[in-house]
Structure formats: C-alpha cells, structure tokens
Design a protein around this ligand. Structure first.
Ligand SMILES: N[C@@H](CCC(=O)N[C@@H](CS)C(=O)NCC(=O)O)C(=O)O
Length: 215
C-alpha cells in the first residue's frame, strides 16, 4: 500500500506527466496512478479539482498536493533518499540539476513544434531555426554527459535527469531529429527500459485524440 498518488494526463501526449512517472517507476517507488484525460476544448476543468495550476502532473501525499514536475522529483528525492534519484557525486548531481532546469525552462521551439506523441509514426517535418538550435543544444548536453559519465544513461545509472529528458527521446524518434550515433545509442537505452516500455504501450493503446498535438 502506498499513500502516494500521481495525477497524470494522457500517456500518449502528456510529456510533463511522463517525467515524474518515469522517475518513480524506474526507481521502484510505489504509487497509485490517477490518469485524468485532457479535455482541451473545455479547458481541462477536472484538473482544477486537484491542481492549483490546472495542469498535470500533481503528486498527492496524504493531504498534501504538489505540482510542477521538478518540484515533485525533488520531494520524492527527500522522501526516498536511497533511491538514487540524483547522482551521488556532488558535481554530477549539480550538473544533473542544471540540465534538468534547462529542460524545465527552455527548448520552447522543440516543445511547441514537436509535441510528444507515443503513437506518431516517425516522419520529419520542416523545423524552425529555434527548434534546430534546441536540438543542437540537446545533442550537446547528451553527448557531454555520455562521454563524461560513460553511459548508458546520462549520468551512468538512470537518474532524474533522464526522466526530465524522457519526452525528448520520443520527440527525437517520431520527428526523426538526430542522426548522431551517441544520441541514438542513448535513445535505445531509454527506450528499452521497462518503465519506458510500460508507458509507451499504454500511451499507444489510448484512443483519445488531442488535435493540437497531432503534427
Ligand atoms: N511546468 C509544469 C508544466 C505542466 C504542464 O504544462 N502540463 C500540461 C500537460 S503535459 C497540462 O497540464 N496542460 C493543460 C493545460 O495547460 O490546460 C510542470 O513541470 O509540471
């Protein structure tokens, strides 16, 4: 039994939901999942019953509700310090937090033009200059990490930074965004993880369609 509930949106589309879900599942933190499907046309009214921002994800721990994916991961790290959500080395940990902050606060070109979509069949689209800059920076982040920490994940073992970049792995695949061999090897490591497989299978089985995320 667990007193943790994670409210998430559709697994096919909800990139922010994937981040803490993946961190929890991959690190073996038990939780109850509450999937609340998007109702974009109506402004997602159901979200306001548990989320002050009307957005997902939200973690409920007893009577405490917490929003914002990275804040949720930090809270889980304090609840479960032995789960290794962040790297044990201080500088690697700071590095992992820095790139996670980059993800949280940036890459608007990529996020806007290439929505996460687990069901999408891979095909390329015309990319804006901003999206191309985002892709280049992400390739640089991943290459640096894989070289410095030796892979197979960004900091060697899987950690919260991988969870923060998990939706980008899907975007790189379904919009054919990178031919970089190191990037491809990293994507394979992520996509063969059991937590990834579980999310992807469930997302692909969903029937809901969010028109604005179908590119
Ligand atoms: N910065 C937030 C972003 C949350 C977010 O934008 N969630 C999207 C789903 S992936 C959402 O709930 N959208 C509904 C809406 O904007 O009405 C986080 O890290 O959790």
């Amino acid at each position: 039994m667990t007193d943790l509930t994670l409210y998430i949106g559709n697994k096919n589309y909800s990139s922010w939901s994937l981040r803490p879900w993946f961190a929890m599942r991959a690190s073996g933190i038990h939780f109850h999942e509450e999937l609340v499907p998007f109702d974009m046309a109506a402004g997602n009214p159901a979200f306001s019953t548990f989320s002050p921002t009307h957005k997902v994800p939200v973690l409920k721990h007893g009577q405490f509700n917490l929003w914002e994916s990275l804040a949720i991961i930090e809270y889980l790290n304090e609840l479960f310090p032995k789960k290794g959500l962040w790297p044990s080395d201080r500088r690697a940990r700071a590095h992992a937090r820095a790139i996670s902050c980059e993800m949280l606060s940036g890459f608007f070109g990529l996020r806007t033009q290439c929505p996460m979509n687990m069901r999408r069949l891979p095909s390329s689209i015309d990319l804006s200059a901003e999206t191309r800059r985002d892709i280049k920076r992400i390739e640089q982040i991943w290459e640096t990490c894989l070289e410095r920490y030796g892979g197979p994940f960004l900091f060697g073992d899987l950690c919260a930074a991988d969870a923060m970049f998990a939706p980008v792995v899907n975007r790189f695949e379904v919009y054919c965004l990178s031919g970089n061999p190191a990037v491809k090897t990293y994507m394979q490591a992520m996509q063969s993880h059991s937590a990834w497989q579980e999310w992807q299978t469930a997302g692909r089985a969903e029937k809901w369609v969010v028109d604005e995320d179908e590119v």
